[in-house]
Design a protein around this ligand. Sequence first.
Ligand code: COA
Length: 206
Amino acid sequence: MTAPADTVELLSYPEQQVPAALRVQVLALQQLAWPDAPDDPGHEPGHDPGRDPGHDPLLDPQSLLLVGVADRTVVAALDVLSKEIVHEGRRYAASGLSRVVTAPDRRGRGHGRRLVAAAHAAVRDGGADLALFTCDTPLRGFYESAGWRHLPGTYLIGGTPEEPFPSFMFDKVTMGDFFSPLAREHAADFLGRNIRLHSGAIDKLW
Ligand SMILES: CC(C)(COP(=O)(O)OP(=O)(O)OC[C@H]1O[C@@H](n2cnc3c(N)ncnc32)[C@H](O)[C@@H]1OP(=O)(O)O)[C@@H](O)C(=O)NCCC(=O)NCCS
């Protein structure tokens, strides 16, 4: 039996192992959503057109995709980035979402919510202590509807220790969740605080 024309499946790959036919579509969706705006927070401006503007490999980027079963069209995509952070003297395995995008002609049909909900489950089950990421303020409800928590008054300090890139420079809120017993016990330490994410010079914020 063949799947209905609009059936999509969830696929997951390390970013650099996304099959080329899918990767080219992901890059096209990202380019449409963030067309090299120099002030676009967290995205390195002015990359070479021929170069794959992938994430910093040190952040172990994992891509989650919703792909049409029949036509192999990428309907929505995001990347999960991860690193260890030290906060108030404790070490945590932290992950966050980056470059969440739905194809413009497929928006408003629940694909984005399905994908960020799947990412919540993947991060929860993947061994991270906690998740932290920023999003544009109007999208807070979108992420909350998919299981993510708003962390009021919390800001991420991206960039590097030498060149910090704080999220409070932008109209952004911080979302996240606490998964491990350690993170749950100390969740209050993350509310209303500046958190040194220091995600590096490539992914200045995630
Ligand atoms: C944000 C985005 C991924 C949502 O994808 P989508 O497939 O349209 O999302 P859904 O259909 O699952 O919508 C879920 C809900 O979020 C809401 N929503 C979507 N985009 C929104 C926006 N820009 N502002 C406010 N609410 C928004 C929808 O109205 C919907 O709410 P409802 O169910 O109460 O009607 C998509 O709009 C997109 O690709 N935007 C451009 C890139 C971007 O801004 N990414 C997020 C970076 S933080």
